[in-house]
Design a protein around this ligand. Structure first.
Ligand SMILES: [Zn+2]
Length: 585
């Protein structure tokens, strides 16, 4: 393969030349200086991050004839032999093709003998996770008591497939993906040393495509070098590698967020014109939304693999949208990617899906919306307050604003304002409304009591079970107590709850809970109902002395004890078995 040319040419021969992995390199160098190199070392990480490179460097360093601090020198006989692949004491085994017990037995046979020309024998097993269980078992014995003249270096992309018994006998190094900056610098130097010029944006693209892997990036660079132009332009990279232009991606990202239908469809047209790989393009676009979302989460910018200047641009863009919006769009894009996989008409699927994503609008923070709603309600006359608190008018977490003006007018004013809380108007000539102007526009609704909300009448008799479910979602214990009522009846403006056993509603009748119940009733039935409890007359003399209560009554009281209820709520549980009586203590 052609890329091996560059990958081989640029393979690090000393620790200084390693790209990234500074902390691992430092630790390894220290172990060499202190002469405390472990006899089995395992390097794990994704492909192209330097696992075998570090294993080979360690092999060189262990056998290097120079002083500890300068190992590997890359000059002594041992170093040169290893670099040339001619060392008799370095055995490199590919775990994928030598995975059986027989190969391990042969290996064990080899290490029984002392090294020929170097102080130590080094065994490198690449993709070590591919070994069979029997092979691992055979290896285990050797790892338990490694001969003094042997060092093992393992490399794997799938550390979870390696038995714990093996892992526990290795010193482990987890190699991270190489950062965009490190890759950029490395590729920049390499390009110049190869006699090529590259536009910074073109190099950024290659770095992005490399995804933290040196080898992947080198293979892309190789492709560009063989393209023939001495100066590598961004457009060439896009064409040769079949990438989506970053500008087109940005246009799409903004279009989807700002609900610009034309921009989105035009950008898609360009993508189809280039004949680009749709799945690949969607992955790139999802990557954009992921980066934007991470910008909104505190302490997560380090997870975004972008050059510094691009990161700033993303952070600026992310400021305009809520994390909920970005999360929602990313989810929808993931669904789109799934749809595309099974679609016979990718273009149509993509266009319709993207239009749906635009239609899905943006999500505003619920607490902020409720805050705005409160502001509005405070200024409204009583009657309107009642209707405005109709559940249907309370914006649901995912608000779906609409594009057409006509629908906007038919919606409650409150919901309409929400669509603009964070979303700039479609017309770009207008600056996006700031928080302040939005608030004032919401406050303006005070003067427009034209809030057209159709109260959805609920009936106590018909909707009682729904009401209990509604309460249950808010206060589990209250729903249980309501269920214990013997009869429920509406008498004009009053709701009569009859309890044959007063203990069943003792907690409900506490003032604070009555108030809460009244609020639930108002919210649910959309009318102020006075809640009245009808309980049998209680003989005061029997009250207060627990000892005279029947076990049943005692259980009821205990079940309704505020402390018990609170405990059940804290643990999100329910009161199960209650034992009373002298034996229960
Ligand atoms: Zn050397």
């Amino acid at each position: 393969m052609s890329y091996l040319v560059l990958a081989r040419k640029s393979r690090p021969q000393t620790f200084d030349q390693v790209v990234g992995q500074r902390s691992v390199v430092k630790t390894l160098q220290n172990s060499l200086i202190r002469n405390r190199v472990a006899h089995a070392i395992l390097f794990s990480g994704v492909r192209g991050v330097g696992k075998t490179t570090l294993a080979r460097l360690m092999a060189k360093a262990i056998n290097c004839q120079e002083t500890e601090s300068t190992r590997p020198c890359d000059k002594c006989i041992s170093c040169r032999e290893i670099a040339a692949g001619a060392s008799l004491d370095l055995h490199e085994i590919d775990g994928a093709s030598n995975r059986g017990i027989q190969e391990i037995r042969e290996l064990k046979e080899k290490i029984r003998f002392l090294p020929t020309s170097s102080p130590y024998k080094i065994i490198i097993i690449d993709e070590v996770h591919m070994l069979t269980t029997e092979a691992f078992n055979a290896l285990l014995k050797t790892l338990e008591e490694p001969p003094g003249h042997v060092y093992f270096m393992f490399a794997t992309t799938e550390i979870h497939k390696i038995p714990v018994t093996i892992l526990s006998r290795c010193q482990q190094y987890e190699l991270k993906r190489i950062s965009a900056e490190e890759l950029y610098d490395h590729f920049d130097k390499l390009t110049k040393s190869e006699g090529f010029e590259i536009e910074p944006a073109a190099l950024s693209l290659i770095v992005r495509e490399a995804g933290g892997s040196v080898r992947d990036g080198l293979s892309l660079l190789d492709q560009m070098f063989s393209f023939g132009e001495k100066t590598i332009a961004t457009q060439d990279v896009i064409e040769v590698l079949g990438l989506v232009d970053r500008e087109v991606l940005m246009q799409l990202t903004r279009g989807l967020l700002d609900q610009k239908h034309t921009d989105v469809l035009q950008a898609l047209q360009q993508i189809f014109d280039y004949g680009l790989d749709i799945k690949r393009f969607l992955v790139d676009l999802m990557g954009h939304f992921r980066s934007l979302l991470l910008c909104k989460i505190d302490g997560c910018t380090n997870l975004i693999e972008l050059p510094a200047e691009e990161l700033v641009e993303f952070q600026k863009l992310a400021e305009k949208y809520s994390p909920e919006t970005l999360h929602q769009k990313l989810n929808l894009l993931m669904t789109t990617a799934e749809k595309i996989r099974h679609s016979n008409q990718p273009r149509l699927t993509l266009e319709t899906s993207f239009l749906s994503i635009i239609e899905a609008g943006n999500v505003a923070d619920v607490s902020m919306l409720l805050g705005k709603l409160d502001e509005v309600l405070q200024g409204l006359p009583d009657q309107t307050i009642t209707s405005a608190s109709e559940p249907a008018s309370i914006p649901a977490p995912a608000i779906t604003p609409t594009k057409s003006e006509s629908t906007k007018e038919s919606l409650p004013k409150i919901a309409c304002e929400n669509t603009h809380l964070e979303n700039p108007p479609t017309d770009t000539s207008e600056p996006p409304p700031s928080e302040k102007t939005t608030i004032s526009s919401v406050e303006n609704t005070e003067n427009t009591p034209s809030i057209a909300i159709k109260p959805h009448a609920k009936d106590v008799r018909k909707d009682w079970l729904d009401f209990i479910a509604y309460v249950k979602n808010r206060k589990v214990w209250m729903a249980q107590d309501l269920q214990r009522a013997d009869t429920i009846k509406q008498e004009k403006e009053e709701l009569h709850l009859t309890y044959s056993d007063p203990a069943n509603c003792a907690v409900l009748r506490q003032q604070i809970n009555q108030k809460l119940l009244a609020e639930f009733t108002l919210d649910f039935f959309q009318k102020p109902l006075k809640v009245c409890f009808i309980v049998p007359e209680v003989d005061d003399s029997s009250e207060g002395s627990n000892t005279e209560l029947s076990p049943h009554r005692k259980r009821q009281e205990l079940a309704n004890d505020p402390l018990v209820i609170m405990t059940a709520e804290v643990f999100n549980g329910q009161v199960g078995d209650i034992r009373v009586g002298p034996n229960s203590r």
